[in-house]
Design a protein around this ligand. Structure first.
Ligand SMILES: Cc1cc2nc3c(=O)[nH]c(=O)nc-3n(C[C@H](O)[C@H](O)[C@H](O)COP(=O)(O)OP(=O)(O)OC[C@H]3O[C@@H](n4cnc5c(N)ncnc54)[C@H](O)[C@@H]3O)c2cc1C
Length: 444
């Protein structure tokens, strides 16, 4: 691969999934290509966390499902993310405009916020899923953090604001003065989780195909026929779960419904035992407020995994983002200055956001045509809500009760300038955040 092709792969978030920290050490089975003309009740396009959950829950209910993936399951954002299991969602103001004001979505969310841990336990999915809780840490008290904690506590969550002493106990650092501790949430290996769901779907009878990009989707009588290079699936219903739909020629209107944003992941080699006693001894998933440059999990192999937004022109520069992480570690846990920490993995992936503000906007369910829906645009937080909405849609389809779907069914509307979000984040906000982060004395 030429260096410009290699750079393009990082910049488009399609660099080989082998670069990500998450594929299991023992290779997952490769799903065969679609090479025949088959039939199904529901065809699911895209085997990320959303399509995998949809296929699993449909197959579990006895429907004939075909899951068709362009590469292999979890080769998209779902195998490239930061492994944070966030049990709450951020600004989602648009819900107020929904017919029910979002009430059914919120109720469903509250009931199923532990879906990752529940699915892993119920199906024996080995995905290093740990309900270890989450801590958001800050240098001072923020009213918005307190209000957010109070909001979710009122909804029944075990979440508390904590001070420096408790933060020291949990995180092993003196650096933070204020935080929010969520008992729900934790971490997961998202590649293994997605592949685990796909394997369960197949065990329940789903037909799974890899290396089969869908190229066309045409109406045939009252059904739909989706075609890959060597085969086809004819189905009563099609659900498109392709995340941002980038690069797809079929249903091109879907491709302009989201704001793409490139993100990158960094993982260290396993930390030595001495550092494990110092860095985050409670092994919670953690993030920082307000900059949030280093969300972090300590995985089952004792590696620190974080994610950030790469600078313009620097998408392939893993050493740069690793050096930022090291600087953060040295400042937060000074003892790490004396112990070598190595870079294990660096990769990129693409998020598809439904709003042009970070962590705002939510997933979208589009009515593409009669019999065709698209469940996509899960942004930077799809690990929990992705499988949850997959399950919700599967049950509604199996019961033939569209009224049970908790997301509104919308028409895809082309955004005027989908590139403006990435411009704002990568060219303006992240560079400013990095300047602030560089100076020890600036503590927001
Ligand atoms: C670096 C990074 C860090 C993140 N960190 C977190 C985190 O810590 N916590 C969290 O909750 N979320 C996180 N996210 C977001 C999360 O990963 C996504 O919201 C979620 O994975 C989206 O799932 P999906 O199934 O919609 O999309 P994807 O996982 O992208 O799946 C879409 C699938 O569709 C396939 N596809 C596309 N076109 C076709 C076609 N024509 N035919 C067949 N298949 C096709 C793709 O190959 C892909 O496998 C992060 C994302 C990134 C990139």
């Amino acid at each position: 691969m030429s260096s410009s092709a290699a750079y393009a792969a990082y910049e488009s978030g399609t660099v080989s999934i082998a670069r990500s920290a998450w594929p299991a050490p023992a290779a997952s089975p490769r799903w065969p290509a679609l090479t025949a003309d088959i039939e199904a009740e529901v065809a699911v396009i895209g085997a990320g966390v959303v399509g995998a959950s949809l296929a699993l829950h449909l197959a579990e209910r006895g429907l004939r499902v075909a899951l068709v993936e362009a590469r292999q399951p979890a080769d998209g954002a779902s195998g490239r993310n930061a492994g944070q299991v966030q049990p709450y969602f951020g600004k989602f103001g648009e819900m107020k405009a929904w017919p029910d004001g979002g009430q059914r979505f919120v109720d469903y969310y509250l009931r199923h916020r532990n879906i990752i841990f529940e699915l892993c336990a119920r199906h024996g999915i080995d995905a290093d899923a740990a309900p270890c809780g989450l801590v958001a840490a800050a240098y001072r008290e923020y009213a918005s953090m307190t209000q957010n904690a109070a909001h979710w506590r009122a909804l029944g969550y075990q979440v508390e604001t904590i001070g420096a002493g408790r933060l020291r106990e949990l995180l092993g650092t003196e650096r933070y003065a204020f935080g929010v501790h969520w008992q729900d949430g934790g971490r997961v290996n998202p590649h293994m989780f997605t592949n685990g769901m796909v394997a369960v779907a197949a065990r329940h009878g789903a037909q799974v195909f890899g290396d089969s990009p869908v190229e066309a989707c045409e109406r045939v009588g009252r059904r739909w026929k989706l075609r890959s290079a060597q085969g086809s699936v004819t189905a009563q219903k099609v659900v498109v779960c392709t995340n941002g739909h980038f690069g797809n020629a079929f249903f091109p209107e879907l491709a302009r419904t989201s704001y793409p944003l490139l993100a990158c992941g960094v993982a260290t080699t396993p930390l030595p035992p001495a550092l494990l006693e110092i860095i985050n001894p409670a092994r919670v998933a953690m993030s920082q407020f307000p900059l949030g440059l280093y969300p972090m999990v300590l995985d089952g192999r004792n590696r620190l995994v974080t994610a950030t937004i790469p600078g313009v022109g620097g998408a392939d520069d893993g050493k740069r983002y690793f050096s930022y992480l090291l600087r953060h570690l040295h400042r937060t846990w000074p003892a790490t200055r004396d112990v070598p920490i190595e870079l294990d993995a660096y990769w990129t992936g693409m998020t598809a956001n439904s709003a042009p503000a970070y962590q705002a906007g939510g997933p979208r369910l589009y009515h593409v045509a009669d019999g065709v829906m698209a469940l996509m645009n899960f942004g930077a937080g799809g690990n929990v809500v992705g499988p949850m909405m997959g399950m919700n849609l599967a049950h509604a389809l199996a019961d033939d009760r569209p009224q049970d779907i908790v997301l509104p069914l919308e028409a895809p509307v082309a955004l005027q300038s989908p590139g403006r979000f990435e411009f704002k984040i990568r060219r303006v906000l992240i560079p400013i955040a990095r300047v602030i982060d560089r100076f020890e004395r600036i503590r927001l």
